[in-house]
Write a protein that binds this ligand. Structure first.
Ligand SMILES: [Zn+2]
Length: 278
């Protein structure tokens, strides 16, 4: 009311008619207030990441974030669960872990993760993939579809595969070893032949070393949601690619002694390469 009285006073002081005054209010609304509101509403597609890859490499295999909380930030993603109990894949809002027996287990909302990346996938680029003989051929092809190499790409590929080489790892107990040691000693590889399924992954810019895996990182699950794993190699007959460039990055760090006391500053690029590609 006070504002209204002040506006009335202002109109009288300047000797404006009601029509002139209304026009001024309209111009103010269109040029100042509405653009401000639109700016507030502008949605930035944001990838959500919990913890840093260097923490996982250092053996921080527990976290304090539940999958229920993680689901608020995305319906598509990858990661693992506490104790590094398998390779996690999130698609259409459902969480699975592919454990060391190669089987996919649907995860409960109360499970916790030590490392995960999720996003809400919006189909920005859709492309059909023809016969693809390896993961290298696939990623080279994806590179040609991506303009924004310094932004984050969320990737989904639904396809028919003649062969997939996948891996997982058994659940760990404390004290945890560094990830490269664990993988060298206990990684379990599986081969799948003639299956249909979905790959979910990200392409992270090179400058994100230490935070995430630079380049491509894919997890896979079969159409019947029974098998899968971290993708090491593949042969594909055909596939449908969905790409989504995201420019927001929201990173949340664990608050547990294991994370708080870990030494995370060292260069772990070589360890990461041995973990991701072997
Ligand atoms: Zn993985």
């Amino acid at each position: 009311m006070r504002l209204f009285r002040q506006m009335q006073l202002c109109r009288q002081v300047h000797g404006l008619t009601r029509g002139q005054w209304r026009r001024i209010i309209c111009i103010c609304l269109v040029t100042v207030v509405l653009p401000l509101k639109a700016g507030q509403d502008r949605k930035i597609d944001t990838v959500f990441q919990y913890s840093a890859i260097n923490a996982l490499l250092a053996g921080v295999y527990d976290g304090d974030l539940t999958l229920e909380s993680l689901a608020e930030h995305g319906n598509t993603g990858i990661g693992t669960i506490n104790g590094i109990d398998g390779e996690m894949i999130v698609l259409d809002g459902v969480f699975y872990s592919i454990k060391s027996d190669g089987l996919a287990y649907k995860l409960a909302p109360g499970e916790k993760t030590p490392f995960a990346v999720v996003a809400f996938l919006n189909a920005e680029v859709e492309s059909v993939l023809k016969e693809t003989s390896s993961v290298d051929v696939l990623t080279k092809h994806l590179d040609t579809l991506i303009d924004a190499h310094n932004a984050i790409q969320v990737i989904r590929i639904d396809g028919s595969f003649t062969q997939l080489t996948l891996r997982s790892e058994p659940k760990q107990t404390r004290p945890y070893r560094p990830l490269a040691e664990l993988m060298a000693e206990e990684q379990v590889k599986f081969e799948l032949n003639d299956v249909k399924g979905t790959m979910i992954g990200f392409r992270m810019p090179d400058y994100m070393t230490g935070l995430n895996v630079p380049g491509y990182h894919f997890h896979f699950i079969t159409d019947d949601r029974k098998r899968g794993g971290h993708v090491l190699n593949l042969q594909m007959i055909s596939g449908q690619v969905t790409l989504d460039t995201q420019r927001g990055f929201n990173m949340v760090l664990p608050n547990i002694p294991l994370f708080n006391e870990a030494m995370l500053g060292s260069d772990r690029e070589k360890e990461l390469e041995s973990v991701e590609q072997n």
